[in-house]
Design a protein around this ligand. Structure first.
Ligand code: GDP
Ligand code: MG
Length: 362
């Protein structure tokens, strides 16, 4: 399962967001606890298409696309040199596929800011530099080892790529920004470098700022995210948490009152999906309606393998209908009558929203 890690300074709202995403109840705190263990949980990706399909098939089980969320402890200045939770933390955080960087803008007199003053751009730089230093350290160690070893001549290509990465990091550029080819990134895959991971910025604002649709540093943050081609989401974690604890009817009213059309969690989940170039296909039936997560651009046969390896091995054909056709026509019979039911071979490239049934033989 794909994973995302919540990173940021202490007391920015990471655990609050984690609880929202995973419907958990981990303790949040208004003081720095120095805790070092990470929480892991599963977030369901809200999807109105699944709700619709579930309404048609009335299955025993409805399964949304899922994402593993890791609530990492707060990172502090100097972590890459062993400060605060230090390097043990950093290695824990390397195992995720993407990073959600939470930054504080909300005012809350009960929650002191570790640096004494709210300044989101400074905080972003602090975290980014820690990640960068940690990556640089790994890359430099590897370069030293190759330089000192006996196979240096054979490793010329690797050395040149590592050199490029080192230079970029020295210039405070991320590995992500280098747009490495698959072949190049294969050399550094085992390092799981932070700055190679896709990152989303979540600006945690308060209710007043949400209502005003304005907050200090808004322009600067948007400009920063734009320059880095990083998605930026403004979410009021506290208000969302309160909304999620209300009865469904009251939830809508509260959201309307705050001027939110889609819950922040739904936005965040979708944004992660989009940023990681992931799509969903669906399987339907009386037993189960389910969303499956795949990388954009993979074949029907590879997608079948997500369901079960037998389906990939013994793949014959995929029966495919488009979600949008079913949604428009209301039932399968009408979709078939219109000739919108297709049989596809193993090389067919699956499209977001395909409803598939795999014919196989093993
Ligand atoms: N006013 C306000 N307080 C928040 C918001 N998000 C988090 N907090 C408070 O900030 C404190 C730290 O939150 P927590 O989620 O534990 O932060 P973490 O250290 O990053 O995991 C808690 O007391 C939260 O209630 C927010 O959007 N608005
Ligand atoms: Mg926390």
């Amino acid at each position: 399962m794909l994973s995302c890690g919540l990173i940021g300074l202490p007391l920015v709202g990471k655990t609050t967001l984690y609880n929202l995403l995973t419907k958990s109840a981990q303790e949040t705190s208004s003081f720095f606890t120095g805790k070092t263990e990470a929480h892991k949980g599963i977030a369901m990706i809200p999807d109105a298409r699944i709700d619709f399909l579930s309404g048609i098939y009335k299955p025993r089980k409805t399964i949304y696309a899922q994402l593993e969320v890791v609530d990492l402890v707060g990172l502090v200045k100097g972590a890459s040199e062993g400060q605060g939770v230090g390097n043990a933390y950093l290695s824990q955080a390397r195992n995720v596929d993407s990073l959600v960087h939470v930054v504080r803008v909300f005012n809350n007199p009960d929650v002191p800011h570790p640096e004494g003053k709210i300044d989101p751009l400074r905080d972003i730089e602090t975290i980014n530099l820690e990640l960068l230093f940690s990556d640089l350290d790994m890359v430099e160690k590897r370069i030293e080892r190759i330089e000192a070893g006996k196979k240096k001549a054979d490793q010329a290509k690797e050395l040149s790529i590592l050199g490029r990465i080192r230079d970029a990091l020295h210039n405070e550029k991320t590995v992500h920004s280098l747009d490495l080819t698959d072949e190049e990134s294969a050399y550094i895959r085992s390092f799981a470098l932070f700055t190679e991971k896709p990152m989303i910025l979540v600006v945690n604002i308060d209710e007043e700022q949400l209502r005003a649709k304005d907050y200090p540093h808004q322009e600067a943050l948007r400009q920063y995210a734009g320059e880095k081609s990083m998605p930026l989401l403004e979410i009021c974690a506290q208000a969302e948490l309160e909304i999620s604890q209300l009865e469904p009817g009251d939830q809508e009213e509260f959201m309307l009152d705050l001027g939110i059309a889609e819950s922040g969690i739904s936005l965040l989940a979708r944004s992660i999906y989009h940023h990681l170039k992931l799509i969903s296909f669906f399987t339907v039936g009386e037993d189960e309606v389910r969303a499956w997560t795949i990388d954009e651009g993979i074949t029907a046969r590879a997608a079948a393998g997500k369901i079960h390896s037998d389906l990939e091995r013994g793949f014959i054909r995929a029966e495919v209908i488009k979600y949008s056709d079913l949604h428009e026509l209301g039932n399968i019979t009408r979709v078939k009558e219109k000739g919108l039911f297709r049989l596809e071979g193993k090389e067919y490239i699956v499209v977001d929203g395909d409803i598939m049934s795999i014919r196989f033989n093993v």
